[in-house]
Design a protein around this ligand. Structure first.
Ligand SMILES: [Zn+2]
Length: 285
């Protein structure tokens, strides 16, 4: 299992090696939501996130390994890697309710037991990937009470984790974002009517590169980070890493082969960006 402590070790190691790292803000329990920056600072930027769902914290390992793979290469873009958007959720899975401070009783009650291995939400049982301002509360599977998954929260961006991610995104103004989830070996790209022809081709080419399936349509999704990015005019994809068959919780061990497949995606995104968006060949609509 890839833990929050593992991430802190990786952040320390990368920082020691001269890589820029930092925090986009704090979680509900005051844990840093770390970022790693690799590549050009004065170029266009891409944001890659993982670990927004607690039980999918192995996606954090995938994102960190991408940063390691890219750090010694030349790239024309800049990449902000935010490996673990939901550190409290990862700590809950690893250490149980006792690690949730004043929310310990709440998570136990909501979960109905001590086995948190299927938990997706944050420390007060809000699902961060339905808490963003994108058709808030209209998604399939949304619920309106604290829950291990699907609770939208009181209002859009009510949680410190999603508010931090929003502010960071508005600050960085990325040209593209990738949100890692598990499982399914799928690439989701559409939301609302703001999608352009190049976005579709981008999703198609990413799916081809990974050997995953491109999935069209928003499929009653709402409130996701990728959904909000697309509505905000930022091309974005959600990548469901790993074969459905391995089942949840999707540990790093189970995802090893897929993490390997995704390792060089940042370089591929750079290549595709210049081919599709900067070339003038496939522009707009
Ligand atoms: Zn997820």
């Amino acid at each position: 299992m890839y833990t929050y402590d593992n991430l802190k070790d990786d952040i320390a190691y990368l920082t020691f090696g001269g890589v820029e790292t930092g925090s986009i803000g704090k979680s509900l329990l005051g844990n840093d939501i770390y970022y790693v920056h690799v590549g050009q600072k004065d170029a266009k930027q891409v944001i890659i996130t993982g670990g927004i769902h607690a039980r999918e914290n192995a996606t954090a390992a995938a994102v960190v390994l991408q940063a390691y793979a890219l750090k010694d290469e030349q790239t024309k873009l800049g990449f902000y890697f935010v490996p673990m958007v939901n550190p409290d959720g990862a700590l809950l899975i690893e250490k149980g309710a006792a690690a949730m401070g004043k929310y310990a009783e709440l998570v136990k009650r909501v979960n109905g037991g001590d086995d948190f291995s299927m938990w997706k939400a944050n420390a007060r049982a809000v699902d961060l990937n339905v808490n963003c301002d994108a058709k808030f509360g209209q998604g399939k599977g949304n619920v309106f009470f604290p829950s291990p998954h699907g609770y939208v929260g009181e209002y859009p961006f009510s949680e410190p984790e999603t508010a931090a991610l929003r502010d960071f995104t508005l600050d960085v103004r990325p040209i593209f974002t990738v949100s890692y989830h598990a499982l399914g070996r799928e690439v989701y790209w559409q939301f609302g009517d703001g999608n352009r022809k190049a976005d579709k081709i981008m999703a198609e080419r990413i799916a081809d590169f990974l050997g995953y399936k491109k999935v069209d349509g928003e499929l009653m999704s709402a409130g996701g980070y990728k959904d909000w990015c697309v509505l905000s005019g930022i091309p974005a994809v959600t990548i469901e890493i790993g074969d459905e068959k391995v089942g949840h919780p999707a540990t790093e061990e189970k995802l090893r082969q897929d993490i390997e497949r995704n390792l060089r995606l940042p370089a591929k995104i750079t290549e595709l960006w210049y081919e599709l968006y900067e070339s003038g060949n496939i522009r707009g609509v």
